[in-house]
Structures are given as C-alpha cells and as structure tokens.
Design a protein around this ligand. Structure first.
Ligand SMILES: [Zn+2]
Length: 335
C-alpha cells in the first residue's frame, strides 16, 4: 500500500517533458494496475485509468507533462542551442543544471556579453562539456529533450522543494485518491494527460472521448505569500487546498465550486479560494469539449512556479487529496 508521499517519490524517478510522457505513464499504470484498476493509452499518449461505477461519469484530470528543453542546433564548438517546451522564464535559466532524457548532464548558460535585460532563450545554450560538434552529437542530437536536474527535497515545517511539483502533485493526488476510494458510485474516468504545458493539447482529445458529465482538474496554483507577491492573490502555503474559482482559461462551474466549499466546510478540510489572473490549466480545454463539460479544479499552492525550485506544503497536498476523496465518496457534486 502506497502513501501519498510514496506515490510522489515514484513519480520523481521519471522524466516527462511535454511530448515525452511515456516513462511517467508507465509508472502510473504500474501503480494503478497493481491496485486492480484498468489502464489504457489513447492515440496522443494520454493514460486513461478507469474505476467503473453506476453513477455519473466523472473526468478526473492531471497533466503528466512538465516544462523542458528541446535541443535545436549543435554548434561547431559543441554548445547546444534549444527551444523551450512550455513556459520557461529566462530569469530561471542562468547556469542551471539540466539532464537529457538519455542521462546526459549539462548546464544552461548564456552569451556572456548580452545584458541581462536582453537575454532571450535564443541567446542561451546548453553546455554538456563537449569540445566539438562531433563529440556533442555522440550524446545529444537536435530533437532530444531535457529537464531541470533536481530531486525532491524535504524542507522544514513539512514543506518540499523540487522542480516539477507542477504537476507531479496533481498526478500523485489523483492516483492516490482513486486507488484508495471506498464505496464510490461515480463512474471514474481518470486522465493523466500529455502536453498541457504547450497548450492543454492532450486533455482536449481525452475529454472528448470521455463523454463525462463533469470534470475535476488537479493541478498547482501560485502561492502568493513570498516577498513581492503582495496584492496578487490570497493563496498561501499551509492555507489548505485551493478550490478553483477562475483562471484565464476557465471559470469553474458554480455548482462544482459550491459543492467543493460545502464539502470542505462539512469535513473541516482547510481550503482557500483560488483566483488566477495569469495562466490556466487543462480545465480550459475540457470545459469546451463536446456539448460542454462542467469543470472545477483543486490545486495545491506552489511558490516559484516553473522554476527548478518550486516549494509546496505537504499539508496542502494531503488536504487536496482529502477533499477529492470526500467529493467522490459522498457524490457531493450533483448534475
Ligand atoms: Zn500545471
């Protein structure tokens, strides 16, 4: 029997930049199948985990992919130019260690004489220690993908730090919850989606196929409690699970928002209202599929999103799993 943290640690043994999610899908399928759930991959690589029931069909979605780097060109000295997979901020990339999917290590650096304010992805490169194009190409070819090199670290006060808490956390919460459900009548169609970071692509086709009555998206949200974030929002670490009200891609369905708030209050699960004024989640694609799928979201507040050092609080992770579990076991959302 896996704990929530065990599931999270298992996911950290895999790499899954957008478009390269196969390794993570295999680990999720292995855990789900060992709990007796059936799994299949769809045409785009989304992993569908089924927990059949007699009630309404619920789409639970968590994206498996992370941001990353894609090698585009190797110069004559062996330095590798790259493009971003998803939203990478130049400010996070100076002299940052990365690792290619084949294990090749390197660091991202920048053209030394370029002013900080003028630096762009196109003026940065990856140094793998090669001294010629020929030696570099023994390890990395254009089209190879890389991610931040970094491990899951435990900090003080039950907090954790790692790259890609977005969205290892959502995947761990969704998987842990569906394998531990008791007495759930909903017909659960859990999607571990591909290519969210490059435009919520996988969720679009998976949601179409699901024919679900409603959807719940598990992801992370900005924690607005570090210096300089004042006035941006009220979500914070240790403040509880974040119930989505709105992001730039979806306004959560009011029936789902009220059911989540009522369920959290009834079960004394700490929660906060999540209003995101920049960025979105798979919910943006899902709610516009077919005739429209009412969609809500449960998120975990994370500091320093899309950086190599995202920070979250395990109590928020656990409270998110608790809320999802209560919602499903008590069939709290009614359409
Ligand atoms: Zn995400």
């Amino acid at each position: 029997m896996y704990s929530l943290k065990d599931v999270l640690k298992k996911l950290y043994k895999t790499k899954s930049p957008s478009g390269f999610e196969g390794e993570t899908a295999s680990v999720i399928a292995e855990i789900a199948e060992s709990a007796g759930l059936s799994c299949e991959l769809d045409a785009l690589g989304n992993l569908i985990v089924r927990r059949p029931g007699v009630g309404k069909k619920v789409l639970i979605d968590a994206h498996m992919d992370t941001t990353g780097f894609l090698a585009t060109y190797v110069d004559e000295k062996g330095f590798i130019r790259f493009d971003a997979l998803g939203g990478l901020s130049v400010a996070e990339l100076h002299n940052t260690p990365i690792v290619f999917l084949n294990g090749t290590r390197g660091t991202v650096s920048y053209e030394q004489k370029t002013e900080i304010k003028d630096r762009k992805i196109s003026s940065m490169f990856i140094d793998i220690g090669a001294d010629s194009a020929e030696s570099a190409k023994k390890h990395v070819l254009p089209g190879d993908a890389a991610i931040f090199a970094g491990e899951l670290c435990e900090l003080s006060e039950n907090r954790i730090c790692a790259p890609y808490l977005d969205n290892r956390l959502g995947c761990a919460i969704a998987l842990y919850t569906i394998i531990n459900l008791k007495n759930c009548e909903y017909d659960i169609y859990a999607v571990f989606s591909v290519q969210e970071e490059v435009g919520c692509r996988g969720a679009r086709t998976a949601a179409y196929l699901s024919d679900a009555d409603f959807a719940i998206v598990l992801d992370v949200t900005d924690s607005c409690d570090s210096p300089g974030f004042d006035g941006y929002g009220e979500t914070k670490l240790s403040g509880g699970t974040a119930i989505k009200i709105m992001d730039k891609a979806v306004i959560a369905h009011p029936t789902i928002v009220s059911a989540m708030i009522e369920c959290a209050e009834k079960n004394k699960i700490p929660y906060q209202r999540d209003i995101v004024t920049a960025g979105g989640t798979d919910g943006g694609s899902i709610h516009l599929t077919q005739k429209g799928i009412p969609t809500g979201g449960i998120s975990v507040p994370v500091r320093y999103m899309h950086s190599p050092c995202e920070i979250a609080d395990m109590s928020d992770v656990e409270n998110s799993a608790k809320l999802l579990s209560e919602l499903l076991e008590t069939q709290a959302i009614i359409f």
